[in-house]
Structures are given as structure tokens and as C-alpha cells.
Design a protein around this ligand. Structure first.
Ligand code: GLC
Ligand code: CA
Length: 540
């Protein structure tokens, strides 16, 4: 099967299913739910980091790339999971956190102990620059008692690796080969466009210093080296790079097959449309024009230059899209389907984040004590320091915290939502009693809609292969696009509002066939009206 026909499902292992009743999800839990994932129809599952880690950033602070964190199980559990998944037509994608390691990693400890070889694994300088850490504060911390500083673009305990050092690259490429030998067929590369740092690092007042270390030309070279040294030899392997603050031009370079870099890239521009003045920790309604402009910008350019997008609304770093873009109180079901269609019929590879297929929501926590993420807690402190009241700061935390998506999966109506028999590491969402897998499979329609979308991608080459062009880019309510492949075309219309929307259907589509629609099929007439959050796809 071509990668363009595949759909990937993301699992946050800590919160998927707990089988040994310690309140933490585990590999056996994922294995137990393989039949559920098969029923949904996905081809690959991406697991967030499962390696030994002090969990300061929930596993994105890796202490050993070549082992399994005991709380998730053993290497044998991992092998069993891979085998069971494969037997059900599902491959495994692992998360590779190669920009930094935990300060608990042996490399950092030996560097601190004075071993020159390992000091060269990190970015050490006599003078810090003015760069700001993505989790708040300056991005440099004292390197022991040496009077020097080490770079940490994220949390203090996540020390950036020195990719200029060939020995570091070789260590990391070996990590890939190790997991390939275990049958892993996918890699997701964490913040991979940040790995290229200059020899001489300079202050950069603009945008917290991002331009000084983001998408440097050398990143493309490093990725190509990585490709050649590992996954490039196996055509089946799927790779996706997580790109922080990137551009379509760079994403084309990262993914055009001729360049032998990656299969596809995640970018986040479409999710920054509810950031006031570009700042995440603010609260505002989403800017629809901006959302659409970002989709069209990436969609069109990637299509013209043979790049490939990873398409997604949700992940472990984002509050639920249903809470951000939809009036979920009144239109949760229609809205969930509309969002799904908007990306599953689009050009690129769709990702489903666990729970999305049943229309899960943010947890509606009532107290700051229910939040655990380091980024959230730092942001809360910063908001208070900036003079906000606790209520004001909490309102922002509620809408933006990464914890929103990290709560336990809602399997059934029981006390801990069928995730565990004991209190989980994070509180269960408020809606779990009504909104869970058991009920959805019995009487819901969202799961079934996702099944159909996944099937359509495999049946219609216009969905998997077609080009992308914007349709009615100026429409105030509708995000529309046209896909074309050979003699076939697909028009996809998505109403992003709870008011009806009207538009003129192009003549060529009036005689078309409705492939999927989240309302009852109606007549295709020139002056066409879309219902609240309606999504319809017309095929000719
Ligand atoms: C990525 C991950 C995020 C993590 C960060 C640092 O953005 O998705 O969860 O905190 O990288 O590794
Ligand atoms: Ca467990």
C-alpha cells in the first residue's frame, strides 16, 4: 500500500490503557486494544516516547534510547505488541527525540563528570545568548561548577545535543537501526528542524531567538545523512518530522522525495490561529481567515512542488480541536465529523489522536492542582507574575494547556473511565460518563464516520494522490478545496460555523456524486446551502 493511502493513529501510552493497575497506561494495554484499532481501520500507530526517562517532560526527556521504561513494560512486551499489531495489519511508529537528551542520560552525566568526549556531545558556551526556552526563562543553565553554560531549548533537564559532532550523529543513527531491527516501520522526529546550531551562537532579540536556530540549512544535510545511514534503505518506512515554526519552502525541501529527507512534516501554523499577537498563553476566538490561509498556503505549495503534509487537528501538545474550533456544546457530533473530513480528504497523511474518533473533549478541570505538565505550571506562574488574577490565569490555562489532550482515554462510563481500576496519573475528564468508546460504538456516529473516511482514502486515488487547489478562498465561513487526479475531481466544502452558509457550486460538480456528507444527502443545486458545521464531498 502506498504511504499516501495510510492513516496514522497517535497513542499517548501513559493514558491509553492501564493493565497492571498502577494508574499508568502500558504496552500490554495498547496490545489489548489492537482489535479496536483494526476495527477503526488505521495502518500505523505512533507512540509517544516509551523509553526510560525521569518524566520531567513526560518522556521527551530521554535517559536511554535503547530500552523501555519499566512503567510501560519490558522489551518483550514491546516485541509482543509489534507482532500482534503486524498480524492485524498495523505497523508501529516510534518517537525519536534527537534534539536533546535528559540530563539523566549517561552522556550528560559523564560530560558533567569531566569526560571531554561527552562534553562535545552538548552545546556548551562561556557566555549564554539571550534565547528564551520554549518552556519559559533563559535557554541556558550552568554546566555544573565549570562556569560554563549548556543550551536547553526546552526544560532545564533537556540538554540540546551537538549535531555538529559526527560521533553524536553516529550514536543517533545507531538508535534508528536498533529499532528498525525490532520491526519498527515508522519514525516521528521530535522538533527535528531545531537540530542545526551554528558554531558561533549569537543573540537574537527577534521572536525569543527562534530565527537563530530554526530551519538552518544544515538541518537538511543532517536529515539526509540520517536517511542514508538508516531508514533510507527500507522503502516501507514512514518518517515524519515535527517542525517548529517552519515555512512551506522548508517543508517542501524536507519532503520532496528527490531530496531523500523525510516522508512528511508536521507544521503548526493552522493551530496558532487562537494566539493573540502570536502568544500562546492568551485567550481569543480562532481567526478563521488565518486558519484557511494557512491550509491553502501549505496545501497549494506542497502540491505544486511535490511536498507532503502530515494532516492533524489534535496531538498530545494541543487542547482538543473540538473545544477550539467548534461550538461543541451544541454541535459536537456534526463538528467532529466536519473537522475529520477537512483533513482526511485533504492532500497529505491524516493523523487521528486517541479519542478523536469518539469526539473526546477537554477535561473541564476545576483547579490548577489537576494540571501536571511542566509547561502549563510554568506558564501559570508567569501569568500570575505578570499581574493576572488566579481566575484570569486559570481561564487561559484551561483553554491552552497540553494536559487537555493527555487525560485518560474514555473507554466506558465506570469510575476511571475504563482506563484503570485505580486513580490514574491524571484526572479523568468530566464528560467520560456520557462520552466514551462503549457508548460511541453502540449508538454514536463519529467512529463510524472515521471508518468511512479511512476507507475512502484507500478506494479513491483522487483522495490519496490528487493535487490541491483552494476553492472560494475569500468565503467568510467555508473552507473549501478541490482535489484533481486524472479525469476525476473532488470538491470538499466545510462550514466552520454554526450559521448556515451559502455558495455557488461550480457547474462541473452539479452532476457529481456525494462521497461523504455529515448531513442527509441533498440535491446538488447551483445556489448551495450548507448547514451548521456541514461538510460535504462531491466527486466527479
Ligand atoms: C515536541 C513534543 C513535546 C515536547 C517537545 C520537547 O514539541 O511534541 O511534547 O515537550 O517537543 O521535546
Ligand atoms: Ca500500568
Amino acid at each position: 500500500m502506498s504511504v499516501k493511502e495510510k492513516v496514522i493513529y497517535q497513542i499517548y501510552p501513559k493514558s491509553f490503557l492501564d493493565t497492571n493497575q498502577d494508574g499508568i497506561g502500558d504496552l500490554q494495554g495498547i496490545k489489548r486494544k489492537i482489535p479496536y484499532l483494526k476495527q477503526l481501520g488505521v495502518d500505523m500507530i505512533w507512540l509517544n516516547p516509551i523509553y526510560p526517562s525521569p518524566q520531567k517532560d513526560n518522556g521527551y526527556d530521554v535517559a536511554d534510547y535503547l530500552a523501555i521504561h519499566p512503567m510501560f513494560g519490558t522489551m518483550k512486551d514491546f516485541e509482543e505488541l509489534t507482532t500482534t499489531a503486524k498480524a492485524n495489519g498495523i505497523e508501529i511508529m516510534l518517537d525519536m527525540v534527537f534534539n536533546h537528551v535528559s540530563t539523566e542520560h549517561e552522556w550528560f552525566k559523564r560530560a558533567l563528570a569531566g569526560e571531554k568526549k561527552f562534553q562535545d556531545y552538548f552545546i556548551l558556551r562561556d557566555e549564554p545568548t539571550d534565547w528564551v526556552s520554549k518552556f519559559g526563562g533563559n535557554a541556558w543553565a550552568p554546566f555544573g561548577e565549570t562556569g560554563r553554560y549548556y543550551l536547553h531549548l526546552f526544560e532545564q533537564s533537556q540538554a540540546d545535543l551537538n549535531w555538529r559532532n559526527p560521533a553524536v550523529r553516529e550514536e543517533l543513527f545507531e538508535v534508528l537501526r536498533f529499532w528498525m531491527s525490532k520491526g519498527v516501520k515508522g519514525f516521528r522526529f521530535d522538533v527535528i528542524n531545531l537540530i542545526g546550531k551554528d558554531e558561533v551562537l549569537q543573540d537574537c532579540a527577534e521572536n525569543d531567538g527562534k530565527p537563530a536556530y530554526t530551519d538552518q540549512p544544515i538541518v537538511h544535510e543532517y536529515i539526509r545523512m540520517m536517511n542514508q545511514a538508516s531508514f533510507g534503505e527500507d522503502e516501507e518506512i514512514v518518517t515524519v518530522g515535527e517542525m517548529s515554526s517552519t515555512t512551506p519552502e522548508n517543508c517542501i525541501l524536507y519532503t520532496n522525495p528527490e531530496r531523500e529527507e523525510l516522508t512528511m512534516t508536521f507544521n503548526f501554523h493552522h493551530l496558532k490561529v487562537d494566539y493573540m499577537d502570536g502568544k500562546k498563553w492568551t485567550k481569543m476566538p480562532f481567526d478563521f481567515a488565518k486558519l484557511k490561509e494557512n491550509f491553502h498556503n501549505f496545501g497549494t505549495k506542497m502540491s505544486q512542488e511535490n511536498g507532503w503534509n502530515a494532516l492533524f487537528w489534535n496531538n498530545h501538545d494541543q487542547p482538543r480541536a473540538l473545544n477550539r474550533f467548534i461550538d461543541a456544546e451544541n454541535y459536537r457530533v456534526a463538528g467532529a465529523k466536519m473537522l475529520a473530513s477537512a483533513i482526511h480528504l485533504n492532500r497529505g497523511t491524516p493523523y487521528i489522536y486517541m479519542g478523536e474518533e469518539i469526539g473526546m473533549l477537554d477535561p473541564a478541570f476545576e483547579s490548577i492542582d489537576q494540571y501536571v505538565d511542566v509547561e502549563t505550571l510554568n506558564a501559570y506562574e508567569e501569568l500570575l507574575e505578570a499581574g493576572m488574577s488566579e481566575e484570569e490565569a486559570f481561564e487561559i490555562i484551561k483553554t491552552k494547556a497540553r494536559d487537555n489532550s493527555r487525560i485518560p482515554m474514555q473507554w466506558d462510563h465506570l469510575e476511571f473511565s475504563g482506563f484503570s481500576n485505580v486513580a490514574p496519573w491524571m484526572s479523568v475528564g468530566k464528560s467520560a460518563k456520557e462520552l466514551n468508546v462503549a457508548r460511541e460504538l453502540k449508538e454514536g456516529t463519529i467512529f463510524n464516520y472515521y471508518q468511512r473516511l479511512i476507507r475512502l482514502r484507500k478506494e479513491y486515488s483522487v483522495i490519496s494522490e490528487g493535487s490541491y487547489e483552494a476553492f472560494l478562498p475569500e468565503h467568510p465561513q467555508v473552507y473549501g478545496y478541490i482535489r484533481r487526479c486524472g479525469n476525476h475531481s473532488l470538491l470538499v466544502l466545510n462550514n466552520f460555523f454554526s450559521q448556515k452558509a451559502t455558495l455557488d457550486l461550480p457547474e462541473e460538480f452539479l452532476s457529481g456524486e456525494v462521497l461523504i456528507n455529515n448531513y442527509e444527502t441533498e440535491k446538488l443545486v447551483e445556489r448551495f446551502e450548507l448547514q451548521p458545521y456541514q461538510s460535504i464531498a462531491i466527486y466527479i
